[in-house]
Design a protein around this ligand. Structure first.
Ligand SMILES: Nc1ncnc2c1ncn2[C@@H]1O[C@H](COP(=O)(O)OP(=O)(O)OP(=O)(O)O)[C@@H](O)[C@H]1O
Length: 646
């Protein structure tokens, strides 16, 4: 690694010292240390609390009394916390009944009568802590908005997630929920982060699991010791649990986390430390952290990082950093190796988190981290952009979108309103549409599906093909043809395939002009252009499903165009349909699948935005680069957009 310039800003966290100590005692002490290490948020807490009256401080004193007495109770209880019996079901680990920890016979297969009667009488009332991966909560911006508030509250609470905030130590205390879960609760495999034998020598059926437990808007790691009753399992019980918990997923990822401390409302570091890091460490991922220090630093980090050291780059940022990372890797002489080895993903910590919403199906940082841990590596298409200013050095990759006109102006020109969060973008769009601003240009397109009917049938064909390919890969691997072994541990992991230098080949070089088989979009429309937006992911913001027909690797870009002359009475319902994605069905909206395009602006003032970043107002030529980049997708697909049924 050409690491020297990076060394000061990379912090290494290994998981070898992942703390397994329990529990209530350390969590109560940790609340003190986390409160003292908090900086910005705790000072916000202080100012909020000082603004509140003495009444609240006396309440706090009362609360802390209660807390002390409850923590001493907990200390007292600790010895007696019963260990639950549990069985492995198809969906997860089902808690049956408590057995006394002191008397529990870890090898006993005799069902506890209490457990039996309970399980039979409660067959229909089985509780599930979110049953499957598809039931992860899909959240909106509001989660991010509330994230800082939650941190604010929890930095004074017993949330173990705050234990190491702002510190560089690598030990995490995960508190235990022994004796706290009701019978018949199922902890889904999708939530299980880690498991180990209580007695690694005897390897009996006493297992400690670490799982992601919902807490307010988030998930946090919790430990639970269970005595597994299943007797029919052949082979190693722990392997069975881990295989089921990491089906199709790589375990123990080696992650370079790139944090943009400036991202979002400048809370990225705090959000990562409190919401994401505890989950990553609990699942025994190893993490290094790099902080971006200036605009474009992500490119340099990616150019210089040690590829051999990582399999994942997680951008704790908005969409700007994944864009930079991808372009840094693209500029490396060993880019083939880089794009084969590394998956680029996002932990949503910015104001625009389209990658997380589209790929992890959530904008919530802790749920996105859980998805990252459990996701499937998939190769996705990216787009290659060329403009006169930079094409002769390096063309630029874009994973999300390019836009000219109303959307570009609304995103970039409202930078100074960053404090408003995502609302700044929506206000900007509404303002520009009301003004009926037009953005004249010429557009030349190489179509893949021009009409809406063609687009729909192409979409359905590719969606089926993608899911079949995925099924085939799984079947092949399950037949033992491709058997993934990671860090000495075996598991079935779908192979996303690899790229060669051929895949970087540019089909339509910028200087060769527009090829003959490209069509010019009607000048009557382009001279009065309102919105020009091309994209590769369904969501461009948490509540904006701009490209509902986007697929990860259908080899095409989705293009949306509107005419600024469309009356506001028609534009209003179009804009109001953006959250559902049904705007593309409106007759006034042009919606096509394309392979490449060139846009030549006729304005001298204005801008083009690529992946939400400001690009020069110059002719831009873009082509699809199929399956170039690896990312992590929940269940191996983009979030469902319901486009099939529209
Ligand atoms: N330390 C820094 N100081 C200033 N800018 C930075 C710093 N680190 C990264 N940047 C720049 O911040 C920009 C936005 O980054 P990012 O997408 O992560 O955040 P964001 O809040 O979602 O922003 P946006 O809304 O613009 O997408 C990128 O262009 C990046 O280069």
């Amino acid at each position: 690694m050409a690491q020297l310039p990076l060394l000061p800003s990379i912090t290494n966290y290994t998981t070898s010292t992942f703390s397994t100590t329990s529990s209530s005692v350390s969590s109560s002490t940790s609340s003190v240390s986390s409160a003292s290490t908090e900086t910005s948020i705790s000072s916000a807490c202080i100012s909020i609390s000082s603004a509140l009256s003495k009444k609240s401080s006396s309440k706090r004193a009362e609360k802390s009394k209660k807390k002390k007495s409850s923590s001493s109770k907990k200390k007292h209880q600790k010895k007696e916390d019963p260990i639950s019996s549990a069985i492995l079901t198809e969906d997860g680990i089902k808690i049956r009944a408590k057995t006394s920890s002191s008397t529990s016979n870890s090898n006993s297969s005799t069902p506890n009568p209490y457990s039996l009667s309970n399980s039979t009488s409660n067959v229909n009332s089985t509780l599930t802590i979110n049953t499957s991966t598809t039931s992860f909560r899909s959240s909106t911006d509001s989660h991010l908005e509330t994230a800082s508030l939650i941190s604010c509250v929890t930095c004074l609470s017993d949330n173990p997630a705050n234990d190491s905030q702002g510190s560089n130590n690598n030990s995490h205390t995960t508190t235990s929920v022994n004796g706290q879960l009701p019978d018949n609760v199922v902890i889904p495999y999708g939530r299980i982060l880690n498991a180990k034998y209580i007695d690694p020598i005897k390897k009996n059926n006493l297992i400690e699991i670490v799982f992601a437990k919902p807490r307010r808007h988030d998930v946090i790691p919790k430990k639970l010791t269970v005595s597994i009753e299943n007797q029919y399992l052949n082979g190693d019980l722990l392997d069975e649990i881990m295989d089921r918990s990491y089906k199709n997923t790589k375990r123990n990822r080696s992650i370079l986390v790139v944090i943009n401390p400036f991202g979002g409302k400048r809370k990225a570091k705090k959000v990562f430390m409190s919401k994401a890091k505890p989950l990553l460490l609990a699942s025994e991922c190893s993490i290094d952290i790099a902080y971006t220090e200036y605009i474009g630093h992500g490119i340099k980090i990616a150019q210089e990082l040690d590829i051999d050291k990582y399999d994942t780059i997680a951008c704790a940022s908005g969409d700007g950093i994944p864009h930079e990372i991808m372009n840094g890797l693209y500029r490396r002489p060993d880019r083939v190796k880089a794009f084969n080895k590394l998956a680029i993903t996002q932990i949503p910590c910015g104001s625009g988190n389209a990658m997380s919403v589209s790929c992890h199906w959530t904008n919530n940082p802790s749920y996105a981290t859980l998805c990252l841990i459990k996701s499937i590596e998939v190769r996705v298409d990216v787009m290659l952009c060329s403009q006169p200013s930079y094409v002769d050095q390096f063309p630029k990759l874009s994973f999300l979108s390019q836009t000219y006109g109303v959307i570009a102006e609304s995103d970039i020109n409202t930078e100074s309103f960053r404090w408003m969060g995502s609302a700044r973008f929506e206000l900007g769009v509404a303002f520009n549409i009301l003004q009926r601003k037009k953005y004249p240009c010429d557009i030349y397109v190489k179509y893949a599906a021009k009409s809406k009917n063609e687009l729909k049938s192409r979409y359905l064909k590719h969606k089926t093909r993608e899911s079949l390919r995925f099924q085939d890969e799984l079947e092949e691997q399950q037949q033992g043809q491709l058997y993934g072994v990671i860090d000495g541990e075996a598991g079935y992991v779908p192979d996303p395939g690899s790229v060669t230098e051929e895949d970087f080949h540019i089909k339509y070089p910028f200087h060769e002009g527009v090829p003959n088989d490209w069509e010019k979009v009607d000048s009557n429309i382009t001279d009065n252009l309102g919105i020009f937006y091309t994209g590769k992911m369904p969501y461009v913001a948490a509540d904006t499903k701009f490209f509902p027909a986007a697929l990860p690797c259908d080899g095409a870009i989705d293009m949306v165009i509107t005419d600024s002359r469309t009356p506001f009475t028609r534009m209003a319902p179009i804009l109001l349909a953006l959250d559902r994605g049904s705007h593309v069905l409106q007759p006034e909206v042009i919606h096509s699948k394309i392979l490449a395009y060139k846009l030549v602006p006729k304005l001298t003032n204005g801008l083009i935005a690529v992946d939400g970043e400001k690009f020069p107002l110059e002719p831009i030529q873009v082509e699809i680069m199929p399956r170039l980049c690896k990312t992590l997708l929940r269940n191996g697909v983009f979030v469902d957009t319901d486009f099939d049924s529209m």
